[in-house]
Design a protein around this ligand. Structure first.
Ligand SMILES: [Zn+2]
Length: 434
C-alpha cells in the first residue's frame, strides 16, 4: 500500500453528487484528498496516475457472485474470482453460500473471509438463510452477522415455505440486514431448462414460466406487509436477478407502497434474449433464464426509472466439461465480472442514454448501500481507497480466453464492449492494470 495520486480525471461520485474534473490523493488505504484540478500539485506520492480522458469512480460493488470455494475450486477460487473482479473494476464482491459445503456456520464463514484465501479485492459473504439451504430451519443470523455476514440467502434455491421466509425476514429485520431471495417457485420449474416460449418450443425443451418468478416476488411482498403490520418491524427484501416484466411491476408497486424492497438485474438479462441459445448453446443457460425481448426491455425500463437498485453479475463459473453436455443436463450459470461494465456502458449508456453517473450509482453507490458497506461505494474523503479508473470511450471485444477467471462459460466471447478498465485500486493497492 503506497500513496497514489490520480490526476486530471473526471470524478464520478454519485454519493457526493459529483461529476467533474478532480484530482484525488489516496493515502494509507483511504481517500486523503479530493481537490480541483491542480490543487494537489504539491502533494507527493509514490505513484501518479494520469487519468486524462478517463472516468475515476468508486470501485464497483457486486452483491452477487459465486466464487466456488470451498469445494469446487476446479471451477473458481476466491483468489481467481476476485482477480476477475479486479479486472472488471470491482473492489467489493459478496459471495453466495452455495459452496460445498454450504456456507451456513460461523466457522465456514470465517474460513471464507480469512486473508489466507487470497482475495485481492474486499470479500464479503451472505451465508445461507436456512441450514444447508434446505429451506426448513433458519441459520443463526445473529452469530453469523457478528462474524461478518452482510445478508442472508439460499441463492440457487428459493426459500419456498411462507413460514420459513417470514421467520428469515423477521430475524434479518431485527439486525438490519436484507434477505436476498432467488425468486423461483420450483414447484413450477421442475425439469425446465430455459424460458417458456417459442424458442423452447422449437428446441423441444420445457420452459419456465414468468409466473414462477413473479409468484414468489408477490408472496414475499405480502410477507413484508404482514410483518410491518403485525410485528412492528421493517424487513428488507432484496430480490436477486429479476428477469421478468411481471416481477419488475410487482417490485415497482411495492416501492410505491413504501415497503423496503430492493432488487438487482444481471447484465445478461438486459442484453440478451432466449434467442441467444441458438442451437442448444449451454453458455446461454442460466437461472433465471434469458427471457423474451419484452422482458429484456422491461429490465432496461426498470434500470432507467429507478425501480432497479443495482446491477449484479451472478458470476457463476463452470468447467468446460460441465457445460459440454446436453442442454438439459448442463449446469446453470455464466461468468460475468469482466463483462458487466462493458455491457452496462454499451447497452444502457450508449444504447439507452443512461448517464454514466447513473451507471456508477447502479454498480457502486447503491449496491454498497444495500448491504451497508461502510465507507465504500463513494470517494468521499476518509472512505476506503477503492477506485476504478476506466476509459469510457474505448470499444473492444471481450475474449474469454484472456479471462482471469478459471472458467470461460460466457455467451459474450467476442462480444463488443464499451468502456475499458485501466486501473483498479483496492484499499490503496493497485490490484489490476489494463
Ligand atoms: Zn440465483
Amino acid at each position: 500500500m503506497s500513496d497514489i495520486l490520480i490526476l486530471n480525471g473526471r470524478l464520478v461520485d454519485p454519493a457526493n453528487g459529483l461529476d467533474a474534473e478532480r484530482d484525488v490523493l489516496l493515502r494509507h488505504g483511504r481517500v486523503a484528498a479530493v481537490e480541483m484540478p491542480g490543487g494537489l500539485r504539491v502533494a507527493k506520492a509514490k505513484e501518479t496516475i494520469d487519468a486524462k480522458g478517463m472516468i475515476v469512480a468508486p470501485g464497483l460493488v457486486d452483491v452477487h457472485v459465486h466464487l466456488r470455494e470451498p469445494g469446487q475450486t476446479y471451477k473458481e477460487s476466491i483468489k481467481t474470482g476476485t482477480a476477475a473482479a479486479a479486472a472488471g473494476g470491482f473492489t467489493s464482491v459478496v459471495a453466495m453460500p452455495n459452496t460445498v459445503p454450504v456456507n451456513d456456520t460461523v466457522a465456514r464463514l470465517e474460513w471464507m473471509l480469512d486473508a489466507a484465501r487470497g482475495a485481492c479485492v474486499k470479500l464479503f459473504a451472505m451465508p445461507a438463510a436456512t441450514f444447508g439451504s434446505m429451506g426448513e430451519e433458519i441459520t443463526d443470523f445473529h452469530e453469523l452477522q457478528r462474524a461478518g455476514a452482510v445478508g442472508f440467502t439460499d441463492d440457487g434455491k428459493p426459500v419456498l415455505l411462507d413460514r420459513v421466509m417470514r421467520a428469515a425476514l423477521v430475524a434479518a429485520a431485527g439486525i438490519g440486514v436484507p434477505v436476498s431471495q432467488h425468486a423461483e417457485d420450483t414447484r413450477l420449474t421442475g425439469g425446465c431448462s430455459m424460458n417458456a416460449g417459442p424458442v423452447a418450443f422449437r428446441l423441444g425443451l420445457r420452459g419456465m414460466t414468468v409466473e414462477a418468478e413473479s409468484k414468489i416476488v408477490e408472496r414475499d411482498i405480502r410477507l413484508l406487509k404482514d410483518i410491518e403490520q403485525h410485528d412492528g418491524l421493517r424487513p428488507h427484501l432484496h430480490v436477486q436477478h429479476v428477469s421478468t416484466a411481471k416481477a419488475m411491476e410487482a417490485i415497482r408497486q411495492a416501492k410505491r407502497d413504501g415497503l423496503h424492497v430492493t432488487c438487482e438485474v444481471a447484465p445478461h438479462h438486459f442484453t440478451l434474449t432466449d434467442e441467444a441459445i441458438g442451437e442448444y448453446d449451454t453458455n446461454a443457460k442460466m437461472n433465471p433464464p434469458l427471457r423474451n425481448d419484452a422482458d429484456r426491455l422491461a429490465m432496461i425500463a426498470g434500470l432507467m426509472d429507478g425501480t432497479v437498485d443495482c446491477i449484479a453479475t451472478d458470476h457463476a463459473p463452470h468447467a468446460l466439461f460441465e457445460k459440454e453436455q446436453e442442454f438439459e443436463r448442463a449446469p446453470n450459470g455464466i461468468t460475468g465480472l469482466e463483462t458487466a461494465l462493458g455491457l452496462a456502458l454499451r447497452v444502457l449508456h450508449k444504447g439507452n442514454g443512461m448517464p454514466i453517473s447513473r451507471v456508477i450509482e447502479l454498480m457502486s453507490t447503491q449496491p454498497a448501500g444495500i448491504v451497508s458497506l461502510e465507507g465504500r461505494g463513494t470517494l468521499r474523503v476518509d472512505s476506503f481507497a477503492d477506485v476504478v479508473v476506466f476509459d469510457p470511450a474505448a470499444e473492444w471485444n471481450f475474449e474469454a480466453a484472456k479471462t482471469r477467471s478459471k472458467s470461460r462459460n460466457t455467451p459474450f466471447d467476442g462480444a463488443p464492449m464499451l468502456g475499458r478498465v485501466v486501473t483498479t485500486i483496492s484499499e490503496g493497492t493497485v490490484v489490476y492494470r489494463g
